[in-house]
Design a protein around this ligand. Structure first.
Ligand SMILES: [Zn+2]
Length: 165
């Protein structure tokens, strides 16, 4: 099983909004999609393993979805959480849906570690002040996590493929 191509992502789009970042682009490296949602890996140097579940159509709020659609979306968020947890072994997973800047329904699934750049604050909070020694140790931690990404891609594809059967 290989990752879906960006071309097929575009064909799966239904309702779009001109000027919306998540309508105009996949929003990350596309790992899985169906007709309703897609799963992407975000390229964030501070947060290897940061992923998103993005609703394909330009929908603003959870309550704009039907109950079965909501259930499908949250099930995908949990499947993704499970894959991230299994491979990245974080101290905590953060699930977040904000969308203030991009009001197109999406959930962030973020592996968090006690030594990451913002812990215990949100990843959008001010960065923690660190000593040079701490910064060097953190860089090594990030490199170790970065090295897990091929395994994470494979695990996400495996878990989402098995939910489809
Ligand atoms: Zn959109």
């Amino acid at each position: 099983m290989t990752a879906a191509s960006n071309a097929s992502w575009y064909e799966a789009m239904s309702t779009t909004d001109a000027g919306c970042e998540l309508c105009a682009s996949p929003g990350g490296e596309l790992l899985f999609q169906d007709g309703q949602l897609r799963v992407v890996l975000v390229d964030d140097a501070d947060y290897p393993g940061f992923c998103r579940v993005i609703w394909q159509a330009h929908v603003r709020e959870m309550t704009d979805l039907s109950r079965p659609q909501r259930a499908h979306l949250m099930d995908a968020v949990c499947t993704l959480e499970s894959a991230v947890r299994r491979v990245m072994s974080p101290d905590k997973i953060n699930l977040a849906s904000l969308g203030n800047m991009t009001p197109h329904l999406h959930w962030h699934v973020i592996p968090r570690y006690a030594d990451d750049a913002h812990f215990p604050g949100a990843v959008w909070a001010a960065r923690r002040q660190k000593t040079q020694q701490e910064a060097d140790a953190d860089a090594q931690s990030r490199a170790r996590r970065q090295a897990l990404l091929p395994a994470l891609r494979a695990e996400i594809i495996r878990q989402f493929s098995s939910t489809q059967e």
